[in-house]
Design a protein around this ligand. Structure first.
Ligand SMILES: *[C@@H]1O[C@H](CO)[C@@H](O)[C@H](O)[C@H]1NC(C)=O
Length: 337
């Protein structure tokens, strides 16, 4: 079923200026017309993007959001699809968190879906997945028994997921958030991935390095929610406490040496943030339930561009446009000039 999306559409033209660079942007707020929580987003270009969320919701647009197609995932109408990764307008994977944990795939633009992974074990909770350009994937979930993190890997051109042999051992109360599907990421152009945890303990993991993040932690609702990876050295992490979403304490940090050492921004984002993304080497965008911020100096200083809440922001794979999605079915498009 297709329906008009531009029922309520507001556009803000603006620019921000810092000592470092000027960025002009246009934020267009769209409304899906469905009061669902949207946490999965995958954008191909300024026309094609996919969004997923609660109540079995998957949306797809092929015209930059002018019209939004609501897809039905037959038999899974009540599931919470917290993450989505689309390869193009026809191929996409979606992930349902628990009871059971599921990964489904479509190859026909969402007309039909095939279940390619199911875990019915008690306590399974999938948080996020990431795919690299070879089609390899990593899936991260909450710990299951013996404090072992739940981690799956998929090889190129093969839909079979296998438990990782070297999943990191987690500390008591350490877990992963299913906030925006972005706490696991591949280092661009490689088969190496990084993860960030939260809860009682918030840490960074890559194949050689496990370091404690200087973020707010010590409660179930605190810690890292998202990591953005520019290259093997430069990465940015956001989080905080989603119960206190205007609190700026320990809500962001970055590394310039692949995670060995972490630094605080001088002007942090304006509250708890669930997603962060590099738009260019020094331009970053972050969002959370209390607003959206941009940085033009590599994340050292942040400026708020909206107080509207979003769970997830994603740069399109062609690097031309950003889409955002959040609670209440809210979707937006951010264009940088
Ligand atoms: C930035 O945040 C302040 C304080 O919450 C608010 O008054 C202002 O309107 C925000 N700016 C934008 C562009 O939303």
């Amino acid at each position: 079923m297709k329906f008009k999306l531009f029922l309520f559409s507001f556009t803000f033209f603006s620019f921000i200026q810092t000592n470092y660079a000027q960025v002009n942007y246009t934020l267009t707020i769209l409304d899906s017309g469905h009061r669902v929580s949207l946490r999965g987003l995958s954008a191909i270009n300024n026309q094609v993007f996919w969004v997923s969320g609660s109540s079995g919701t998957v949306f797809r647009s092929e015209d930059g959001g002018k019209t939004l197609e609501k897809l039905t995932v037959k038999g899974f109408e009540k599931r919470d699809f917290r993450d989505i990764d689309a390869l193009d307008a026809r191929h996409a994977y979606i992930m349902a968190v628990d009871s059971p944990g599921l990964i489904l795939k479509t190859s026909d633009g969402g007309k039909s879906w095939k279940t390619i992974f199911t875990d019915t074990s008690k306590g399974v909770f999938l948080d996020a997945f990431a795919f690299n350009q070879d089609g390899a994937a990593v899936v991260v979930g909450d710990p299951l028994q013996n404090k072992l993190a739940y981690m799956l890997l998929k090889k190129k051109d093969d839909d079979h997921f296998q438990k990782s042999m070297n999943s990191p051992v987690l500390e008591t109360g350490e877990a992963f958030f299913a906030a925006s599907g972005t706490n696991v990421q591949y280092v661009p152009g490689t088969r190496d991935y990084v993860l960030v945890s939260g809860g009682m303990v918030s840490r960074f993991f890559n194949k050689n390095e496990i370091t404690k993040l200087p973020l707010l932690q010590g409660a179930e609702t605190t810690g890292a929610n998202s990591i953005a990876v520019w290259d093997k050295d430069n990465m940015y992490v956001v989080g905080g406490d989603f119960l206190h979403d205007k609190d700026i304490t320990g809500n962001a940090c970055y590394t310039k040496d692949g995670g060995k050492t972490w630094l605080y921004p001088e002007t942090p984002p304006f509250g708890y943030r669930s997603c962060v993304m590099y738009l260019k080497e020094n331009i970053l965008l972050t969002c959370g339930t209390s607003g959206v911020d941009i940085s033009t100096d590599g994340g050292i200083h942040w400026k708020n561009i909206s107080t509207l809440g979003f769970h997830v922001c994603q740069l399109s794979k062609d690097g031309k446009v950003v889409f955002l999605a959040g609670q209440g079915g809210r979707i937006a498009r951010l264009t940088l000039e």
